[in-house]
Design a protein around this ligand. Structure first.
Ligand code: CDP
Ligand code: CDP
Length: 229
């Protein structure tokens, strides 16, 4: 079998999906597609337009009409790609705390998920893609021949986020980050539509005691194994 041409990576916040997914995509010459940015873009659009986040119909309308573009990076500031909303660069805006706190609510709306996952699937079907999210293996691309589900304890994931934010200068305190991780885990895994969970045929990788390089080596071995089978 050739290299699997759709690789799905799911898992909770800060489990390492983007870090590993980007490295893998670069290594294979595939597109790296972080689907979380689409939910973040809709959340940011709603916040900046002053839309009531409980107004499911209005948020769904936003998700259906927002023009979200994900393009190769044009600014060398550590970004993996440029995220444009209706032509405006919102790459860093979507990482703000307010988006973090509200994105799970927005992404739980059925209409929002339908609108965004249809777009994601269209891109995924082109192949040669590493797709990262919460429901890629279960719902968006269930046919992906290789599905990876990364996990780590909430404490370890909060530590990673804390380190990341402090390297960039500033950021919230550890207890606050840990509480936000717990809240998002709970929301993402208990929602009615496409809850966060591994696909039955996903390979679960517990990254708690592993470095990025060790996780990458493990994932790379899975790709090669599939190639040989
Ligand atoms: O990077 P991090 O894991 O913190 O989050 P993200 O991947 O940017 O996703 C932000 C939020 O979007 C998640 O907490 C989910 O609520 C939602 N999401 C989703 O529901 N389905 C996806 N395929 C991707 C993200
Ligand atoms: O995309 P997701 O939210 O799942 O995680 P990420 O944005 O890739 O962030 C994980 C952070 O933890 C990054 O700063 C990584 O360098 C770090 N990290 C990791 O991803 N995996 C490890 N095994 C150890 C640290």
């Amino acid at each position: 079998m050739p290299v699997p041409d759709i690789i799905a990576i799911d898992g909770p916040a800060a489990s390492g999906k983007s870090t590993i997914g980007k490295k893998l995509a670069d290594e294979l010459g595939f597109l790296f597609f972080d689907t979380g940015v689409m939910y973040r873009a809709v959340t940011w659009a709603a916040l900046s337009a002053g839309v009531d986040l409980d107004d499911e119909a209005e948020i769904t309308r936003l998700a259906q009409t927002a023009d979200i573009d994900i393009l190769p990076p044009t600014v060398p500031d550590g970004r993996n790609c440029d995220i444009l909303l209706d032509g405006k660069d919102i790459t860093w805006e979507i990482r703000q705390g307010e988006v973090d706190r509200n994105v799970s609510l927005v992404s739980a709306y059925r209409g929002v998920r339908t609108a965004l996952s249809n777009q994601q699937r269209r891109i995924g079907l082109r192949g040669r893609v590493v797709m990262v999210g919460r429901d890629i293996g279960t719902d968006v691309m269930p046919e992906a021949p290789l599905k990876i589900y990364l996990v780590a304890s909430a404490e370890e994931r909060a530590r990673r986020r804390w380190v990341e934010q402090h390297q960039r200068g500033g950021g919230a305190g550890y207890p606050e980050i840990l509480a936000a991780i717990h809240a998002r885990d709970e929301f993402d895994s208990t929602r009615a539509v496409s809850p966060l969970r591994p696909a039955p045929d996903a390979v679960i990788v517990d990254t708690d005691q592993m470095t990025v390089d060790e996780v990458f080596d493990k994932v790379w071995a899975l790709v090669r194994e599939m190639e040989r089978s």
